[in-house]
Ligand binder design. Structure first.
Ligand SMILES: C[S@@+](CC[C@H](N)C(=O)[O-])C[C@H]1O[C@@H](n2cnc3c(N)ncnc32)[C@H](O)[C@@H]1O
Length: 423
């Protein structure tokens, strides 16, 4: 038999399990694993599941299914602990009255109805315990009682199965603070939000209006306004190389985008666009209304990409559609699949690897050509142009993305100057 020792934690509000019950729980965990997840707050403090956690510790089980609840006040954590415990445990009448008394001593202003709901008892029992405590002068008679309304707000709720995932969740929650989404979330979503916040805090400096004759010009503008904002002349661009958002919302803009490309491209100019797997049919339908379809190409990688639901399709390629304005005039050979395993996403959520963009840029343009990326994001196409002696004009409707892209480019230029200086 195990010795049941007291675990000192702020939210263990229930008496310890009798030792025979604890041993049975430990044995069950040994045989079947943890069936009911341990509930912790964002700092790793256990709200519910002290005995399960202890048994796992003794059994040296590291990966414990865990639900992390973040953003709750201590009051709310105690309420949760009581609710979760009382739902599962068989409580004698005497134990229930003791729990009610302890809760009333702790917060005498809680209403009978709300406390009854928390501990799973009746208003009448609460009132009876309250009366006893008032008679014994342990709690005051109050005029108003705090009800459930306005007291509770949802927690960030996260389910994980591995110990390392709990640590990752804690890190993401710590960097998100009050910005953590108050709803059930996946670890992936939480980490993405944390990364977004981190990136936003890194973006410093102002958006700079590009100089009229600069080789690389990046504007804060939607592509719908880019021609007038950036003074792009009709039929002046050799290649439109872009990467659109892979969502159904953007699909509605496909016609506008192809019309824009058809206006600014020279005759024989190329429109080369990364699209989402789910967008291919709509993209071809819209783009062929304005340009001539030529080929489909792919950027591919090994390993697991995002999964398309409900198809259960694990993505390992991004389709790239290639159109021309009028006939195909290029005579250079090119390869329609570029494989790379680089994961450069430190600047933008949808950032493309530079080598990937360079592959398509070099396939469809020559030094000195004018390239346009109307959905420039963190400026990968602009960077590729700068490195490969192409002129560039582009924009993005997200000001932060453009500030980031401008800073990225200016760092690149500084590095280039330093290299030249050092010889
Ligand atoms: C897939 S991301 C581009 C990422 C880029 N290839 C990179 O490496 O950073 C698509 C971009 O399109 C931008 N966007 C969406 N709608 C737009 C519009 N109407 N005009 C201009 N940009 C738009 C989004 O803000 C986003 O930054």
């Amino acid at each position: 038999m195990s010795q049941v020792t007291k675990i000192a934690t702020p939210f263990q509000l229930m008496p310890d399990l009798p030792s025979w019950e604890y041993d049975a729980l430990r044995e069950s965990i040994k045989q079947h694993g943890v069936i009911v997840p341990v509930v912790k707050d964002e700092h790793g403090t256990i709200i519910d599941g002290h005995h399960r956690d202890r048994a796992c510790h003794e059994l040296k089980i590291k990966d414990v299914p865990t639900i992390t609840l973040a953003g709750l006040t201590d009051e709310q954590k105690r309420d949760q602990a009581l609710i979760l415990n009382l739902v599962r445990r068989k409580i004698s009448r005497k134990q229930m009255r003791a729990i009610i008394a302890s809760e009333l001593r702790r917060s005498p202003d809680v209403s009978n109805q709300w406390l009854a709901e928390i501990v799973g008892s009746t208003d009448k029992t609460i009132q009876s315990v309250r009366k006893e405590l008032i008679t014994a002068s342990e709690i005051p008679i109050l005029d108003a009682y705090r009800a459930k309304d306005g007291k509770r707000y949802p927690a960030t709720r996260l389910y994980t199965e591995r110990a390392k995932q709990v640590d990752r969740a804690r890190l993401a929650l710590a960097s998100l603070g009050d910005d953590a989404p108050r709803k059930p979330v996946s670890l992936k979503l939480l980490e993405r939000e944390a990364k977004k916040k981190e990136r936003a805090s890194q973006i410093r400096g102002r958006y700079l209006q590009p100089a009229e004759h600069a080789q690389v010009r990046l504007y804060h503008s939607s592509f719908q306004k880019l021609e007038s904002v950036a003074q792009i002349e009709a039929a002046s661009v050799d290649l439109v190389l872009t990467d659109v958002p892979y969502n159904r919302e953007f699909t509605k803009q496909f016609d506008d985008l192809a019309e824009f490309a058809a206006r600014i491209l020279k005759g024989g100019g190329i429109f080369c666009v990364y699209v989402g797997v789910i967008q291919v049919a709509d993209a071809i339908k819209s783009f062929t209304r304005h340009l001539d379809y030529q080929a489909t190409a792919f950027s591919s990688w090994q390993g697991v990409g995002p999964v398309i639901q409900p198809l259960q399709c694990v993505i390992q390629t991004t389709p790239i559609l290639i159109f021309s304005k009028g006939s195909w005039v290029r005579s250079t050979r090119w390869y329609n699949c570029f494989q790379n395993n680089s994961t450069e996403q430190d600047l933008h959520e949808w950032q493309k690897p530079l080598v990937d963009v360079e592959h398509w840029l070099l396939s469809f343009s020559e030094p000195g050509d004018l390239i346009c990326d109307p959905c420039a994001g963190s400026g990968t196409t602009a960077m590729a142009c700068h490195r490969n002696e192409r002129r560039f004009v582009g924009g993005d409707c997200d000001r932060d993305a453009i500030r980031l892209a401008q800073r990225r480019l200016s760092n690149e230029m500084t590095m280039k100057i330093e290299k030249v200086r050092k010889g």
